[in-house]
Design a protein. Structure first.
Ligand code: IPM
Ligand code: IPM
Lengths: 365, 365
């Protein structure tokens, strides 16, 4: 079996702790002979800044470019609150997304039946919830130029960020959303603010055109982003796939994730275009949660989001759908046994540690 | 008593129906002698487009400039889906905000005790909720230039919107937020994305400086906008005042409004700077909800958001705090009597019409 090259970037805070569980999982899979993962590991975020003065080194970027997939933990923390803007921990994440061309960010918001009561929402509104947010990840206001702060003649400052989208960028993310809808609920909500933003006008036009020409059988709805935020809270189960730009995706996916009550459970995949000659695509997998400095280093973190992200890697990067299904089932089994890390434990319930949860998933495999 | 000039702009859809109840309220107040409102009325939104080919006429803008306050209903509907961008219904609203200099948008998200069960959230999370979102309303990506769609050499299109903020714009909205916090819970959350946007970096700096220099006694927290959206769903009662830019305010205030379960109940005020010579400030009041074309013309709309917006006008534009308190009490009394329009009725409950609700509030006054 050909070896598969994985780069592990644990990052900061609980990123390190949850990645440790992925390493155990990889060792286990390699031992079964099912996989032949070769892993390398490097620094990103605050850890990279401390070592190299920047949020990701060129060497680490080189490893990422050469890998078949990247597993990313989380970055940031109060320790790096005052580092220069260009070297802030998030810059490492943004460079990975941009330089690897990971334009499609898939963020499932799934309510695990065992956890429906952990949601802020009434049980009947979230039970069975299964939304896929498809967020454009390499364009928009995150990367558009000019992006600067200038000092005016009167001494005031003026900050500018630029939201830019081209036809091509919108077309390719729309296709990702429609393709996913076809194997899910056959419904896409395209979300923008065409009533205020020219990028929203173009977004709506292009999504409509792609739909008409290539996916007429999928149901398409247009929804203003502010209303989408509202509707996610009101009746989240009306959604199947939501496609939106980088900034709206950031906001909407966080709201959607929180609905499920299982923030520590949610994985994500960031995918690039498929290379027509090699048939390969760059990909990075990471939990939706952040580095949680408040609980870091104490074995309290929930490793499931990162383990499930690894499951997405098995599925989308390595064609191992069956292994991915088995991993998902093992996660469900650990939950069914009643095991809970602190983030998903109910009041008064005894919580297990990061590694105890990892062991339970491994055992159920 | 000096007359007070009010411009009524009912707009489209249910805007017309809810404004009718405000007219009855004004007639009642004038009859008591408590007020001497002189009202004028004009078109805005789709209605203005149908009459004049633009979303607000220069004549109506002139009336708005001359009025002591503007009451705004709602604009838009499928009928105007294909009008040119510059004449779309929302353009009337945006021109009013910009030309009147209404930089401070106050959006309370209050959970009426009688309606706590109408929320999607569990009762204990929203009971007693009282958040004030202070949204910057005349800057940011809504108005920054360039804002355009250009055709590239390869035939593709490229859309650009520009997010711009200056020190001055951030300072004045920060002061509004801190002043409100002082007479409320003494806590301000300033929300931006300084980890991704230069405008967020400046926003955080300026709010921090205003706080330090002028409001050290108010508690200030900084929160990333995506996390703010999450936290609003998780534990909304942690917030008192939230201050943010135009686009984040649009998203966050819609999410916050929906939490309360009383979308048809929520008012808003948009305020300009106080003129140093006259002591007056321009102001516009409008419900948070939209024109709801799906229920328009059927007497189903809830007039309370617009009546309560008129209450904000009594308070902020006309110094009639006592009358405003009495109006709020009358609204609460109508609810306590069990009256519900369709949007807030529980399943199976008989709903009253727009004018029945208006009459009940008048009677309770
Ligand atoms: C860490 C930050 C730069 C990032 C973003 O804004 O994209 C995060 O919020 C996310 O959603 O992945
Ligand atoms: C109608 C629209 C232009 C407006 C906005 O985006 O500001 C609305 O959503 C609002 O929040 O008042």
């Amino acid at each position: 079996m050909a070896t598969q090259k994985l780069l592990l970037l644990p990052g900061d805070g609980i990123g390190v702790e949850v990645m440790a569980e992925v390493k155990r999982l990889i060792a286990f899979l390699n031992k079964t002979g099912l996989t032949a993962f070769e892993t390398e590991e490097d620094l990103v975020g605050g850890a990279a800044y401390d070592a190299h003065g920047k949020a990701i080194s060129d060497a680490a970027m080189g490893l990422a470019q050469a890998a078949d997939a990247v597993m990313f933990g989380a970055v940031g923390g109060p320790k790096w609150a005052d580092v220069p803007y260009a070297a802030r921990p998030e810059a490492g994440l943004l460079r990975l997304r941009k330089d690897l061309g990971l334009f499609a960010n898939l963020r499932p918001a799934v309510c695990y039946p065992a956890l429906a009561d952990a949601s802020s929402l009434k049980r009947e509104l979230v039970e069975g919830l299964d939304i896929m947010i498809v967020r454009e990840l390499t364009g928009g206001v995150y990367f558009g130029e000019p992006k600067e702060i200038v000092t005016l003649e009167n001494g005031e400052k003026r900050a500018v960020d630029t939201q830019v989208y081209t036809t091509h960028e919108i077309e390719r993310i729309a296709r990702v959303a429609f393709d996913l809808a076809k194997v899910r609920g056959n419904l896409v909500h395209s979300s923008e603010k065409h009533n205020v933003m020219k990028s929203g006008v173009l977004w709506k036009q292009v999504v409509t055109a792609v739909h008409k020409a290539e996916y007429p059988e999928v149901k398409l709805e247009h929804i203003l982003a502010d209303n989408c935020g509202m509707q996610l809270v009101r009746t989240p189960k009306q959604f199947d796939v939501i496609v939106c730009d980088n900034l709206f995706g950031d906001m909407l996916s966080d709201v959607a994730a929180m609905l499920t009550g299982s923030l520590g459970m949610l994985p994500s995949a960031s995918l690039g275009a498929t290379d027509p000659t090699t048939g390969k695509r760059k990909a990075m997998y990471e939990p939706v949660h952040g580095s949680a400095p408040d609980i870091a280093g104490r074995g309290l973190a929930n490793p499931i989001a990162t383990l499930a992200s690894f499951g997405m890697a098995l599925r989308y990067s390595f064609g191992l759908a069956e292994a991915a299904d088995r991993l998902d089932a093992a996660i469900a089994a650990a939950l069914d046994e009643g095991l809970r890390t602190k983030d998903i434990a109910s009041a008064g319930q005894n919580a297990v540690s990061t590694s105890e949860m990892g062991s339970a998933v491994l055992k159920a495999l």
